[in-house]
Design a protein around this ligand. Structure first.
Ligand code: FAD
Ligand code: SF4
Length: 470
């Protein structure tokens, strides 16, 4: 082991794993970042200055023990780092890849102020990737079975986080999902150039080894009655996500050539994964002029998918400026590198066309005062309308929860925008108005992040364990 160099953060600059050159990566669907080897991971981890007040840990939604596992990696203790990393995060190799670190852990790193933050995300995914390859498996030797069984509905990050904590506490989770693979939006939403699907499949195999059972291709409420789950298990966790598509409310949204973001992304993923049922399901933008509306992660994923499909021009129009967009800065940079043209401060007024899309009418905006959530509101500029020519338009304005028709029958309360009410105020963490039903992730907080869904799933599992009294 090399002696500790207290000035490593000055002598060695922040260095992320190399990216695949643009001309190559836009011809492919794989992840665009390379991976560290042990030497580079240790050197980058040793840049952590152990500042005493780890702001990174506070800012990380699952409160990872970041400086501790960085130290273990700097010292070459891969398996201990993997064990520690899994104490707080159920999907560390996935969060390490797709968390918006610039807004979370790395944004809060003391070194971010002038020296370059420690590459926390890249090291987090390195730990699990390499430990699994080297034969590490979670240590469940101390787990004692409780005889309790829980139905988890939804195999997305929230459901997986919940199942992980349950199984580590001797409670048997059976995870139901309507899709043929686990992951929720990790598999059927986020494109493979951000997260290769093999990573999710490896996690599935690991969870099965740990004792988690998956029942896939099963729509709860259709193929299995929710009543059967309530009757057949000691409690139920719901992590159903948020799938109600938000429309723009302007003319032309129903013209042929206008698409919703998720069906577009899923059609592309199904083709890449070989899951396509019918070639006609594929939405192909090759040779088209495409306009994507929105400024979040979903919009960025649509932009970069259209580039890979061979669209002749991809324009992303967003109604605020670059500094006020909700998506990850890293993904905007990647999209720009790949040839996406951004039009900031453009608000859509109408999708124009006679019997199919011909263009998008927008008005320029300036930003007014912040609203009650602190977001500056776009104000239209008089006489600034223009038409952007387009053959295809995607509306990527985000999603709202989609309360199931059977919620009310089971006393599961929702708020005015469909989010399930699951604490505060309930006796146990993330318990709904029905004492036997717990809930977390996008369906409780509204569409958000993988890491926040994992956190809520894990917290709900703790609530369930307390409720069971085991
Ligand atoms: P989901 O991931 O939506 O999982 C819910 C699961 O429940 C699904 O598998 C669904 O099939 C299943 N289900 C629903 N109803 C039923 C039923 N009745 N019966 C059986 N199964 C059911 N976050 C990031 O942190 N970084 C990113 O880069 C990022 N990019 C994104 C890109 C896109 C295109 C989208 C749409 C989202 C992105 N997000 C990103 C957000 C992130 O994916 C979500 O916040 C997260 O997946 C929410 O997890 P969840 O478990 O609550 O729901
Ligand atoms: Fe950073 Fe996300 Fe990992 Fe937390 S889970 S340390 S926020 S990359």
């Amino acid at each position: 082991m090399a002696p500790i160099n207290l000035l490593q953060f000055i002598e060695l600059p922040r260095q992320e794993p190399a990216k695949i050159p643009v001309r190559v990566r836009i011809q492919e669907w794989g992840e665009i970042y390379g991976r560290y080897d042990a030497q580079h991971a240790a050197a980058q981890a040793a840049r952590c200055i152990h500042c005493g007040n780890p702001y990174c840990e506070w800012k990380c939604p699952v409160h990872n023990y970041i400086p501790n596992w960085l130290k273990l990696i700097a010292e070459g203790n891969l398996f201990e780092a993997a064990e520690l990393s899994h104490r707080t995060n159920s999907l560390p190799e996935i969060c390490g890849r797709i968390c918006p670190q610039d807004r979370l852990c790395e944004g809060a790193c003391t070194l971010n102020d002038g020296f370059g933050a420690v590459t926390i995300g890249a090291i987090e995914s390195y730990i699990t990737d390499e430990a699994l390859k080297a034969g590490w498996r979670p240590d469940l030797s101390q787990v004692k079975g409780t005889g309790k069984r829980i139905a988890v509905v939804g195999a997305g990050p929230a459901g997986l986080g919940c199942a992980d904590v349950l199984v580590r506490n001797g409670v048997k989770p059976t995870v139901y999902d309507r899709y043929p693979e686990i992951g929720g939006l990790l598999t059927f939403g986020i494109p493979p150039f951000k997260l290769e699907k093999e990573i999710v499949k490896t996690r599935r195999a690991l969870m099965e080894e740990m004792g988690v059972e998956f029942v896939l291709d099963t729509d709860v409420g259709v193929d299995v009655a929710f009543q059967d789950l309530v009757d057949g298990y000691d409690a139920v966790f719901l992590g159903l996500g948020a799938y109600t598509y938000m429309k723009g409310g302007f003319p032309g949204e129903d013209l042929p050539g206008v698409f919703e973001a998720l069906p577009y992304l899923i059609s592309s993923i199904n083709r890449v994964m070989g899951l396509e049922q019918n070639p006609q399901d594929y939405i192909d933008f090759s040779g088209q002029r495409v306009v994507i509306l929105g400024g979040g992660d979903t919009a960025m994923d649509c932009n970069r998918t259209a580039i890979r499909q061979g669209a002749t021009r991809v324009t992303c129009a967003y109604r605020r400026d670059e500094a006020n967009m909700p998506g990850s800065r890293r993904e905007v940079t990647n999209a720009k590198e790949e040839g996406v043209r951004f039009l900031w401060n453009r608000q859509p007024l109408e999708i124009v066309g006679r019997d199919r899309v011909e263009g998008l009418k927008v008005v320029s905006t300036t930003l007014g005062a912040p609203d009650e959530r602190g977001r500056r509101q776009p104000q239209p500029v008089a006489d600034s309308e223009e038409i952007i020519p387009a053959d295809r338009v995607i509306i990527a304005f985000g999603f709202r929860p989609s309360p199931a028709p059977w919620f009310s029958e089971f006393g599961i309360d929702v708020d005015e925008i469909g989010r399930v009410k699951a604490g505060p105020g309930s006796q146990f963490k993330f318990q709904t108005a029905n004492a036997k039903v717990f809930c977390g992730g996008d369906m409780v907080r509204g569409a958000d992040l993988v890491v926040t869904a994992v956190f809520e799933g894990r917290e709900a599992a703790e609530g369930i364990i307390e409720y069971l009294g085991v």
